[in-house]
Every structure is written in C-alpha cells, then in structure tokens.
Design a binder for this molecule. Structure first.
Ligand code: SF4
Length: 249
C-alpha cells in the first residue's frame, strides 16, 4: 500500500495530466481517495466552452473553435504511453468526423484495421456502422466517431479497467469539446465505461442515460450485429429514439 507521500505524488501527476488537457476540476469522486480530498480540487485551465467559429479580428475574445480544440487535444495526447496498450499498437486512433456535429458515436477501442489505418470503425463493423448512419439520414463525415480507448488491445481482447480509466480523460475531453446533443454508445464496454455501470447492455439499451449532461443511447456494437443480425431490429429502435430526440422529441 502507498504511503501518504506516494499518494500525493500520484495525485500531483494526475492533476498535471488533467490540467494539460484543460480540465478545471478533477473528475474524481470523494470516495475514490478517502481522507485525502474533502471537496472538488480546483485546477486552473482553459474554459469549457468552445466556439463553433470566431468572428474575424476578435482576438481579445478568442475562444478556440472545436476543430482547433480537438487538434490541441490530439497534440496533448502526443505519443501517449500512459497505459500498457501503447506497447503493441501501431497507431493511436484519436477519432474523426465533424466537430460541430449533434451526434457522436463512441465505441470501445480500435481493432486490427483501425490500428493500421489510424481511423475508427473502418473494418467490417465500420462498414455496417456507416450504413446505419446513412439509414439515420446522415453521412459518416457529418457525425463524430471515437472510442473509449485509443489504442488497440492485443488480439482484440476487451480493454482492461486500468486501461479504460487511464484513457478516459481523452474521451471525456472529446465529448466536452464536441458537446453533441446525443451520444450513441456502441457495445457493452462503451456503455458500461461511459455510464460507470455494470448493468448488461441488453438492459441499458433502449433508453437514454446521462454522460456529462448529454443524453446517451447505448446500443449494440456493429461487430455483435454482424454475428447476430436479429439484433439489428433492436438497434434500429434505438436509432429511432435518437432521431426523435434530435428532432426535439
Ligand atoms: S489507450 Fe489511451 S491511455 Fe493507453 S496508451 Fe493509448 S492513448 Fe494512452
């Protein structure tokens, strides 16, 4: 067990890490570090709102636009080695799409094709996802697609809890910047990680949940749907609910 000095050192590292990412407070619950923190720890950083665009010449009131903010975040991630998934990856798969979108998809992590191409959802599951997005009335480029962990777990195993926890600030920051109206999480790991829940995906799907004050609709992962095509009907129900929400329903 770590002594108090060790815990403080770890905590300082965590604060610096979150501060680099622009967080203004630590996303920790009091019970995560009993006896050490009595209330939200304040750290300075950039604001939480990002402009869709800035008026020309308005340097005094400059707010980074979402595209720049995402670029800065990618720069901050750099050649990340914060967890053991860095050991076997070829590329960090940051995410891609329209930063001004109202609809964001979050999967669990890159697979083989994604690792090679450094793009999310480009294999067979990605092709199915693109079809689902089209069926909803969007093109893939009009939404934003990211993953919970940015590096491929070896042999496509599930990401482990320590890897999810270490990578989590990145997806939290992506969501904060993009600030979509609705998130669709794809598969069990994405839903349970975002919602910090152990409830099975079959029970989570079909209704909205909350992540950073944004409605999340968990649904099945396209890779699961490739193996279990009957699940497509339930997924389509979930998509309909999302479309209603986007229309203001
Ligand atoms: S999975 Fe995330 S935390 Fe781990 S090495 Fe990759 S980018 Fe860093």
């Amino acid at each position: 067990m770590k002594n108090k000095a060790g815990v403080i050192k770890e905590l300082r590292k965590a604060i610096e890490f979150y501060s680099e990412l622009g967080f203004e407070y630590l996303p920790l619950k009091r019970e995560d570090i009993p006896g050490l923190i009595s209330k939200k720890t304040s750290i300075t950083g950039r604001g939480t709102a990002y402009a869709n665009q800035n008026r020309a010449g308005d340097e005094d009131n400059y707010v980074p636009d979402k595209k720049d903010a995402l670029k800065n975040l990618r720069k901050d991630i750099g050649d990340c080695h914060r967890c053991k998934l860095s050991e076997n990856r070829k590329n960090i798969v940051f995410g891609e799409g329209n930063p001004d979108t109202e609809l964001m998809f979050i999967g669990e992590g890159p697979g083989r094709d994604e690792d090679i191409q450094a793009r999310p959802f480009v294999g067979d599951a990605g092709k199915l996802l693109a079809k689902m997005i089209l069926k909803m009335g969007f093109r893939r480029e009009e939404v934003y697609i990211a993953n919970i962990v940015k590096c491929r777990p070896p042999y496509n195993r599930d990401p482990e809890q320590d890897e999810i926890t270490t990578c989590r600030p990145y997806v939290e920051k992506q969501v904060e910047i993009i600030d979509p109206r609705v998130i669709i999480s794809l598969g069990r790991i994405a839903a349970q990680s975002l919602l910090r829940s152990k409830i099975p995906i079959s029970k989570l799907r079909g209704s909205f949940h909350d992540f950073q004050n944004i409605p999340v609709m968990p649904t099945f992962h396209p890779a699961y749907l490739l193996r279990n095509p009957k699940g497509k009907w339930l997924t389509w129900d979930d998509m309909q609910k999302v479309l209603e929400k986007l229309k203001g329903g």
